[in-house]
Design a protein around this ligand. Structure first.
Ligand SMILES: *Cc1c(COP(=O)(O)O)cnc(C)c1O
Length: 436
């Protein structure tokens, strides 16, 4: 696939407009789309739409296709598996691929302790299972989560997710025993140190919930949908230390930050945090639906036989894809590549910020970088600007996503296989979009 941005129609083109009309008539209104175009192909750093437009992909389908959307090793592994068998159900007739993925996750996740893994389909399903396991292992009911958190759209994970519109609005009542603590948000909390922000959160949990009632504390090392908020150094280690002291299971939700995205296998590594349980999905399997809970053997094995599972969990095609994606990350040096993408993005965005006070903050790690857009005079979140800049970039052939509690954050999650040339072209477009 040609690795170049090339527009042959207006965005959206006629074929996409036709399909969008069919979508309106056939697909539930609640299922929105970021882009007004329909995909026909994707590879490297490019998505080709049904009208033949080549778009630069700064989203990876929300941090999923980190090894590219059509990596030949993933395609070959899935093709071979689909010929062998598509499904037997691991709980009925198990197969090697599932075990091999569990072994790989036990090896790659932080910490050298004895680990076990269980596989599921989606990030939300894995988060739910991590909470189930922590509750059974501790015999406690409560779960601590944070401001700006995103953990999914199922009933328990809606309760854990912070933002009402669009994720929760009108969909309640929500699951009980979920308690929210304040985060470390360096750009907006007056430069509170990581230790002080952790002390504030711990004090609140201590007073309002009580450590003895807490089964688990669940946190994204860098928040995804919440705005790529990167806590001040020391925040995560202090929380992990408090959990250890009080028998609270520390669960890292690395659904978005995992699998090389931040320039490490897992973002917890940047601060030498060893989670008790780690939840993974998104970038795990080169685009096939797969998720996992990995963690300390004594916690994971607390659940009785038959207590964990699901019809499709650890589907053989998804497992084959995951093994190929992991091999690709290792062989192609994609962890180091994520670091270099971060340097390039940060340098280009910093240059844009010089002389543009609307770029309030640049943050993130590796190939997970965001800018927070604000009103120049007041510093207030400017969601309208983020929306306008994203829409202008879309019209010029760059797929870029927004996020954040206030909707004022542009986030960059390119495939790790994207070329520097494409990144520079996309940043040129972003500069034009910001200039209006
Ligand atoms: C996307 C996401 C989820 C939910 O994953 P799904 O596969 O959409 O259910 C959970 N946690 C985080 C941090 C995510 O980014």
């Amino acid at each position: 696939m040609e690795q170049r941005r090339r527009l042959v129609t207006a965005i959206p083109g006629p074929r996409s407009q036709e399909l969008m009309a069919r979508k309106k008539a056939a697909v539930a209104f609640g299922v929105g789309t970021t882009m007004p175009v329909f995909a026909a192909g994707a590879g490297g750093g490019v998505v080709v739409d049904v009208d033949g437009n080549h778009l630069i992909d700064l989203g990876s389908g929300i941090a999923v296709t980190s090894v590219g959307a059509s990596d030949p090793r993933v395609v070959a592994a899935v093709t071979e598996q689909v010929r062998a068998f598509t499904h037997t159900c691991f709980m009925v007739t198990p197969y090697e691929g599932y075990v091999a993925v569990a072994e790989a996750l036990n090896r790659l996740t932080p910490g050298t302790h004895d680990k076990r893994t269980a596989l599921f389909n989606s990030g939300a399903e894995a988060v739910e299972n991590a909470v189930k396991i922590a509750r059974l292992a501790t015999g406690r009911p409560a779960v601590a989560v944070f401001d700006h958190a995103y953990h999914g759209r199922t009933n328990l994970t809606m309760a854990m997710t912070a933002k009402s519109m669009p994720y929760k609005h009108g969909f309640g009542p929500f699951a009980p025993e979920v308690y929210r603590a304040p985060l470390s948000y360096p750009y907006r909390d007056g430069g509170l140190s990581g230790a002080d922000a952790a002390a504030r959160a711990i004090d609140q949990l201590d007073k309002q919930v009580g450590a003895a009632n807490l089964a688990a504390l669940v946190i994204e090392p860098i928040q995804g949908e919440g705005g790529f908020i990167t806590p001040a150094p020391g925040f995560l280690p202090a929380l992990a230390g408090w959990c250890r002291e009080h028998g609270v299971v520390f669960i890292a939700d690395e659904v978005q930050t995992g699998f090389a995205r931040t320039g490490a296998w897992f973002a917890s590594e940047h601060e030498n945090v060893v989670p008790d349980l780690i939840v993974t999905a998104k970038g795990i399997a080169g685009g096939l639906p797969l998720s996992a809970v990995t963690g300390r053997a004594e916690i994971m094995d607390a659940a009785h036989t038959g207590g964990l599972g699901g019809t499709y969990g650890g589907n053989p095609l998804a497992c084959a894809a995951a093994l190929a994606a992991i091999e690709t990350i290792e062989q192609d040096g994609l962890i180091a590549r994520a670091g270099r993408i971060g340097e390039l993005l940060t340098a280009r965005l910093s240059a844009l910020r010089d002389g543009d006070p609307r770029i309030g903050d640049i943050r993130g790690r590796g190939a997970m970088i965001a800018v927070e857009l604000v009103e120049a005079d007041s510093g207030r979140p400017d969601a309208a600007l983020a929306k306008a800049v994203a829409a202008a970039a879309h019209r010029r052939g760059v797929i870029v996503l927004t996020c954040g509690t206030y909707g004022n954050v542009l986030r960059f999650l390119p495939p790790l296989t994207i070329s520097d040339d494409l990144l520079h072209d996309a940043l040129d477009v972003l500069g034009e979009a910001l200039a209006g």
